[in-house]
Design a protein around this ligand. Structure first.
Ligand SMILES: [Zn+2]
Length: 212
């Protein structure tokens, strides 16, 4: 194993622990992957509590999902991860989790309004919700596919979140920002009885100019 692979393995294990500690997953929920080399990917194993994973538990798969090294089975959502890498050459990491508030928004059928928060708008962009699909099946990538080319995050109805990034930390922190924003939305709704207004198109344009 070269030092790059070792760093990527440590990054994935770091993200798994963060996901569990933050309560973004429970038990064996969620999965994390990273692009390893041309046509090869590191991914978390299926059915294991993520907080307990060690760097040696990760699995290397090829672009068909075939196991190249590692014991156990790759995450059952490996098709979703592979589709992201296919569609987004700029993406090197994918995080799928079950964050309680973002998932609750899909249950309540409330779209996630990224355009309410300047920071979320700048660092994540618009966040669509993909229609419900049976977890772990081919239906999940199919439901998400229409959104993958243009979005850095997608909510999966009745299921959870998908965030992507240039590396594992980038993908993880996008999720952290979104779930944190969802807490503020919930609090705002409790205070005011409704969700806050989005920023206006002019304010969003100014924001884009200020940070370009
Ligand atoms: Zn899931």
């Amino acid at each position: 194993m070269d030092s790059r692979e070792s760093t990527l393995r440590h990054d994935i294990v770091w993200a798994c622990r963060k996901l569990a500690e933050a309560g973004f997953i429970a038990a064996s929920d969620g999965n994390v992957s990273s692009r390893l080399a041309d046509g090869f990917y590191l991914i978390t194993p299926s059915g294991r509590p993520k907080a307990e994973l060690d760097v040696n538990d990760l699995i290397v798969v090829n672009d068909q999902g075939g196991v190249v090294s590692g014991s156990g089975k790759p995450s059952s959502e490996f098709r979703l991860h592979l589709l992201v890498y296919q569609k987004r050459p700029d993406v090197n990491a994918v995080v799928h989790a079950h964050p309680p508030l973002l998932t609750a928004m899909t249950l309540a059928q409330v779209p996630f309004p990224a355009e309410v928060f300047p920071e979320v708008w700048l660092t994540v962009g618009p966040v669509p919700t993909a229609p419900y699909a049976t977890p772990s099946t081919e239906a999940v990538p199919r439901s998400v596919e229409p959104f993958l080319g243009r979005h850095n995050a997608v909510l999966l109805a009745r299921h959870g979140s998908l965030t992507v990034g240039r590396d594992v930390r980038h993908a993880y922190y996008r999720l952290e920002k979104m779930e944190h924003a969802a807490k503020s939305l919930l609090a705002a709704r409790l205070f005011a009885g409704n969700l806050p207004d989005p920023l206006s198109p002019e304010e969003l344009e100014q924001l884009g100019r200020a940070f370009s």
